[in-house]
Design a protein around this ligand. Structure first.
Ligand SMILES: CC(C)(COP(=O)(O)OP(=O)(O)OC[C@H]1O[C@@H](n2cnc3c(N)ncnc32)[C@H](O)[C@@H]1OP(=O)(O)O)[C@@H](O)C(=O)NCCC(=O)NCCS
Length: 247
């Protein structure tokens, strides 16, 4: 059996030479985009605003067209919100999400089409999660923990964009994996749309791609709903996954 990949192929395994500076900030939500402008892999050191929303804040968070009430904010105090949609809230992954991440990535059902199968133990989940966490300060973009606004303390899935290189071209990898209990509700599509609406204007010209096994029909249906199409020449990556691309 081949070794289990802890990171999606293409994910950098080394940290950048120059450390990025993280500064705490209580800037309004919309400030996120401004703070992160230009903070991508090539941009070099960047100062990234990190927000911890406070329960006592009288402000409503308004990102991606939806606003959160103060009561909703109270439950997710301490997490960095990336986007809010009609039913969902997307936050940056954090180290203490390992159990929730393992519940998703260690489930055989969510890995039916993953040639390497589910994660074996929480150590693997922690290692993968460390990569997810590190992407944000380095690239200013990454995968998100997804919760419903009704139960923001429960992570139901992961969705978002990873900046990497595909055949030498800088591209976003669109990723989504949700607990089976969250399937069939349109959550994955809603989360991906919210993640793309938040990130793509900050990275003009970077195409969105997705690597999907030909027989993973639920994933391919979702990619299609989001506007991605399979490569017309049937191009695949080194894992034999069809390269889908935003039309
Ligand atoms: C891929 C995956 C995220 C798709 O989940 P999903 O819930 O089917 O996707 P969507 O969010 O687009 O939801 C669409 C479904 O919700 C239904 N739905 C119910 N309420 C809805 C609503 N309010 N809005 C939109 N769709 C709704 C749709 O009818 C559709 O069901 P159908 O496909 O049976 O017709 C999920 O199967 C998964 O996590 N799989 C395992 C991981 C994986 O394979 N990831 C991809 C690796 S390449």
């Amino acid at each position: 059996m081949p070794p289990l990949p802890l990171m999606p192929p293409g994910r950098p395994t080394t940290q950048p030479d120059t450390p990025y500076e993280l500064t705490a900030s209580a800037a309004p939500a919309r400030q996120i985009a401004t703070d992160l402008d230009g903070a991508n892999a090539e941009a070099g050191p960047a100062t990234v605003g990190v927000m911890a929303y406070r329960a006592c804040s009288p402000l409503h968070i308004d990102i991606g067209g939806s606003s959160m009430t103060t009561a909703e904010q109270a439950v997710i105090t301490g997490r960095t919100i990336v986007a809010v949609s009609e039913r969902l809230v997307l936050t940056r992954p954090q180290e203490d999400d390992a159990e929730a991440m393992f519940a998703i990535h260690g489930d055989p059902e969510t890995n039916r089409y993953n040639p390497y199968g589910p994660q074996r133990d929480i150590a693997q989940a922690r290692e993968q999660l460390a990569g997810f966490v590190a992407d944000w300060p380095r690239d200013g973009v990454g995968y998100c923990a997804v919760s419903t606004r009704e139960e923001p303390e429960v992570i139901i899935g992961v969705a978002g964009l990873f900046l990497h290189s595909l055949d030498g071209e800088p591209v976003f990898n669109l990723y989504y994996r949700f607990r089976p209990s969250a399937w069939g509700k349109g959550y994955a599509a809603e989360a991906c749309r919210a993640a793309m609406a938040e990130a793509l204007p900050r990275f003009p010209g970077i195409p969105v791609t997705a690597l999907i096994r030909e027989d993973n029909l639920p994933s391919r249906r979702l990619a299609g709903r989001l506007g991605l199409v399979a490569d017309p020449d049937g191009r695949v990556d080194h894992e034999d996954r069809l390269i889908h691309r935003m039309a």
